[in-house]
Design a protein around this ligand. Structure first.
Ligand SMILES: NC(=O)c1ccc[n+]([C@@H]2O[C@H](COP(=O)([O-])OP(=O)(O)OC[C@H]3O[C@@H](n4cnc5c(N)ncnc54)[C@H](O)[C@@H]3O)[C@@H](O)[C@H]2O)c1
Ligand SMILES: O=c1ccn([C@@H]2O[C@H](COP(=O)(O)OP(=O)(O)O[C@H]3O[C@H](CO)[C@@H](O)[C@H](O)[C@H]3O)[C@@H](O)[C@H]2O)c(=O)[nH]1
Length: 463
């Protein structure tokens, strides 16, 4: 099928490349010319395991093109994905201006022939109908330009263009760091809309994924496809993220109590996770949740509830537990070192999770800011940031090129991101290079006994 994906970030580029990989004819549109140039040369502007490989093979197979020309994208695609960012406004509300610009642009370029316009971006509940309205505005604006005063009627220029598109909500559940894997191995596909024709086309688009033709385990039953109304699909996305964020805040709260009573949260998580009603995933206690999605999506849902005069108390509590949890490493550093002024703290990891280069709302950013405020010098080593250079939003930290250089002269280390590489460092050597061999394991990632044997004073979260 002919697909156009507008916005080539973590979601759009992965979606476009994966759809091309399974045989669709894809054009990816982005208004960032530099990104387009890079992608045309077969390079991914983001770090995501496996993405460059499928991009390059799709380019070679002639299945994917990149452009900044929205009109060309709209002309090409029978299915048009909107996958631009919806960042948070200071109020917590979602900033939908990029979605609006794209919807208007689609309207202005609709050229006849039936199109499915897909909201892939995470958008506030009610956005499906809103996008439809903006597309219609875009059509009307173009008609005004095309129709000279007193000239032919708009109907003669764009006959039944209005009837020729439907809007579908198809929320995305991929995780950064495993986005390609998640796209080929989804837990479910949600399709919200009231047009049978549009839903049927979306089912055809996803059929190879539903049938698990590209899955790691092809013997599994087909992927569940849930068809809902527009608002429910939009709500499913927010509710899923809010639930997962709350689950993490819950285990972090349990960890803080474990710290006080002398229990081990990793054993507690195992013990409760064996109950199939609870499940063992998303029970890793640590320095809190971050990234480009949980914080903004929980805030947006709280804001939506507020709009309706409802206070989302549980979600607000999940956020406030998380805000406190972001400072847990600082508290533990103060307990171990007492005064932080004049001390040097080394951060192992900077990104909000492993296997990504994304620094959006990363817990490391809070930690750096607080350590600087208290007069500590901050150094860091992160496998991706150290390799590719500074990231947006990163200041007040000296980025080292390897873990041993990081440890040299430090009063304490904090493991912020559980990069797999960090399980195999020469910790005994690192401890010797430090002024005080203190290790705060913000992700409960390392084995406490091994670290003590390596010469560290080991401090975990709730263990
Ligand atoms: N990042 C994730 O893991 C993830 C997962 C699920 C859902 N989402 C949602 O998907 C959406 C996209 O997120 P992302 O992380 O991929 O964003 P991103 O910021 O990485 O990428 C957005 C892209 O859109 C482009 N863009 C902006 N305005 C444009 C325009 N008018 N025309 C063409 N391109 C334009 C930008 O240049 C950028 O490349 C958001 O709503 C987000 O909440 C993200
Ligand atoms: O047990 C856990 C699991 C995660 N985290 C933290 O939670 C945050 C989010 O992690 P994760 O969910 O793995 O990454 P994202 O890429 O942000 O993915 C989430 O956000 C996406 C964007 O909406 C959704 O599509 C995904 O389904 C959802 O998992 C990170 O800071 C993690 O360190 C924990 O602290 N403990």
């Amino acid at each position: 099928m002919r697909v156009c994906v507008i916005g080539t970030g973590y979601v759009g580029l992965v979606t476009g490349a994966c759809l091309a990989h399974i045989g669709h004819d894809v054009i990816c549109i982005d208004n960032n010319e530099e990104k387009v140039k890079l992608m045309k040369s077969g390079q991914s502007p983001i770090f995501e395991p496996g993405l460059s490989e499928i991009m390059q093979s799709a380019i070679q197979a002639g299945k994917i093109q990149f452009s900044s020309d929205l009109a060309a994208g709209v002309a090409h695609g029978e299915i048009l994905f909107i996958a631009v960012g919806t960042p948070p406004l200071p109020t917590g509300e979602s900033d939908t201006r990029y979605v609006e610009a794209v919807a208007r642009g689609i309207g202005a370029n609709l050229n006849g022939g039936y199109k499915v316009i897909v909201n892939k971006s995470t958008v506030p509940i009610g956005s499906g109908d809103w996008v439809r309205m903006i597309v219609l505005d875009g059509i009307a604006e173009r008609q005004k330009i095309l129709v000279p005063a007193g000239g032919v009627s708009s109907d003669e220029i764009l006959p039944d263009a209005v009837a020729q598109f439907d809007v579908v909500s198809n929320p995305e559940f991929l995780r950064e760091g495993s986005a390609v894997y998640d796209t080929f191995n989804p837990d479910r596909i949600v399709l919200g809309g009231n047009s049978q024709k549009a839903i049927a086309l979306m089912q055809e688009l996803y059929a190879p994924i539903v049938e698990r033709k590209y899955a790691a385990d092809q013997s599994l039953p087909p992927v569940s496809v849930l068809a809902t109304d527009l608002s429910s699909a939009e709500m499913i996305k927010y509710a899923a993220n809010a639930f997962l964020a709350t689950k993490i805040s819950f285990i972090n709260e349990v960890a803080n109590i474990c710290d006080r009573v002398g229990a081990d949260v990793t054993q507690v998580a195992k013990g409760i996770g064996l109950d199939s009603r609870i499940g063992n995933k998303f029970l890793n206690a640590g320095i809190g949740w971050g990234g480009s999605c949980f914080p903004k999506d929980v805030a947006a849902l709280i804001h939506t509830a507020d709009d309706y005069g409802y206070e989302a108390q549980l979600m607000k509590a999940a956020v406030s537990v998380n805000e406190r949890q972001r400072l847990i490493a600082l508290e533990k550093l103060q307990q171990a070192l007492k005064i932080l002024k004049g001390k040097t703290v080394g951060l192992l990891g900077l990104t909000f999770k492993p296997d990504t280069d994304d620094m959006r709302d990363a817990p490391a950013l809070n930690l750096i800011e607080q350590l600087n405020r208290l007069g500590a010098k901050v150094k860091a080593y992160d496998p991706i940031v150290s390799q590719t250079g500074m990231r947006h939003g990163l200041s007040g930290v000296l980025v080292e090129t390897d873990a041993e250089r990081l440890a040299d002269g430090c009063d304490a280390l904090v493991l912020v991101t559980e990069w797999e590489q960090f399980s195999n460092l020469d910790y005994a050597k690192m401890a010797k290079l430090m002024l005080h061999p203190v290790l705060i394991d913000g992700r409960n990632f390392l084995d406490p006994e091994t670290m003590v044997r390596a010469g560290f004073q080991y401090v975990g979260v709730g263990r």
